[in-house]
Design a protein around this ligand. Structure first.
Ligand code: ADP
Length: 372
């Protein structure tokens, strides 16, 4: 392979160097320390403290406008925070003591619009960010980066011959070529066809693992975050709601927002009475919530079990919608004006069945203090 024979590094004047400049990726730790940011007087980031550990894939997840991109831009050095610090490997890169420009932070960037330069070959596109190396070494590194994403054979081609997915991989090669300690990715898959997305996401994850870089990935899609992330940081209105792995956040959401962001839920508004929270799907102990407290109870659609008979609560089927592997049922139950929804395996119930029973485990009735 060309990469190995040409990898002998040279400085710009062609003189051989003793040590390769970009030999290995050393995954870096990136920390936000009480970061605030305002935009035209509006506080867009409100005191975020968060660390991406070396080699970890950390997803910043939240609805549109929650501040994910702003946080990523602050990490990159494209945007400056109004308060707090950003550290990379315990070195302040943005804060009261220092501000390093993006190119001095040892980071790679891959943003939503990953456009390649159409008039440059694939190799030159990847070589673009390797300005710190002499020409030969840069070509060798670019070849190696292309090889890592499985596209070395396209080195001499131009971007227009590639499919969307291949272009995305070239963009990934370009971001990884300088062997950044941290790769920052903003909605990297949002421009892709939904059928392609799963494969390309899996490929990207494999390449990230292999390159061993720390990655911070912005997404608004909870399922995407669960598929990719070692840990997820859930944001709302510029503040962290919860940080944890997919299982932790899904199973023990910090609040109603977190619960509803990760799964479709049935929601009930009520008050604690005699230490208990009563819902049309069952009654549970109120835990720490005092009598009289207004609470929201949530039950995920997939936690509402429906059976022809034998369940605890009688229900009537109002509608059934087949959506592939599962179907969504709307059910009338005593004590609830609104229909209860359930997500069950498709074709579990006989066609045309109207009267059914439903059951919900106590532990699947989640109780949260009512916000605002
Ligand atoms: P997200 O990436 O989660 O969609 P952003 O970080 O893009 O959120 O935006 C967070 C908030 O900051 C939004 O309320 C947005 O209106 C505001 N904001 C950030 N940058 C700009 C900008 N350049 N112009 C206008 N509003 C901005």
């Amino acid at each position: 392979m060309i990469a190995k024979t040409m990898a002998e590094p040279h400085s710009d004047d062609g003189a051989p160097q003793r040590h390769p400049r970009l030999a290995v990726t050393f995954a870096a730790r990136l920390s936000f320390d009480d970061v605030h940011h305002s935009y035209h007087g509006k506080e867009t980031i409100r005191g975020v403290s968060l660390t991406a550990e070396p080699g970890e894939v950390l997803c910043l997840l939240g609805p549109s406008g929650s501040g994910k991109s702003t946080l990523l831009k602050i990490a990159a050095g494209i945007e400056a925070q109004s308060r707090g610090r950003v550290m990379i490997n315990d070195r302040e890169v943005a804060g009261p003591l220092a501000f390093l420009p993006p190119e001095k932070r040892g980071i790679g960037l891959m943003f939503q619009d990953f456009a390649l330069f159409p008039h440059m070959t694939i190799l030159d596109n990847v070589r673009f960010g390797l300005t710190a190396l002499g020409r030969k070494a840069a070509v060798a590194e670019a070849h190696e980066a292309l090889d890592r994403v499985g596209l070395a054979h396209y080195a001499a081609s131009y971007p227009h011959v590639l499919s969307g997915g291949e272009q995305q991989r070239v963009a990934l090669a370009r971001a990884l070529a300088p062997r950044p300690g941290v790769l920052l990715m903003d909605e990297p898959f949002s421009g892709l066809d939904s059928r392609l997305k799963d494969t390309i996401r899996a490929d990207t994850l494999a390449i990230l693992r292999e390159s061993r870089a720390t990655a911070i990935v912005v997404t608004h899609d909870a399922e995407e975050a669960m598929r990719m992330a070692d840990r997820i940081a859930l944001l709302r209105d510029g503040a962290l709601v919860q940080v944890g792995d997919a299982h932790e956040i899904y199973r023990r959401p910090a609040d109603l927002f977190a619960a509803s962001f990760f799964a479709e839920i049935n929601e009930f508004q009520t008050r604690v009475q005699q230490g208990r929270v009563e819902t049309p799907l069952g009654t549970v102990p109120a835990g720490n919530h005092a009598d009289g407290t207004r609470v929201s109870a949530a039950v995920r659609l997939s936690d509402v079990t429906v059976a022809a008979q034998g369940g605890e609560i009688p229900a009537r089927v109002l509608s059934r919608r087949f959506i592939g592997v599962v179907e969504i049922l709307e059910l009338a139950v005593p004590g609830s004006e609104r229909a209860i929804r359930s997500r069950i395996r498709a074709d579990l119930l006989p066609k045309g069945l109207r009267d059914v029973t439903i059951s919900v485990k106590q532990q699947d009735i989640l109780v949260f203090e009512k916000e605002r």
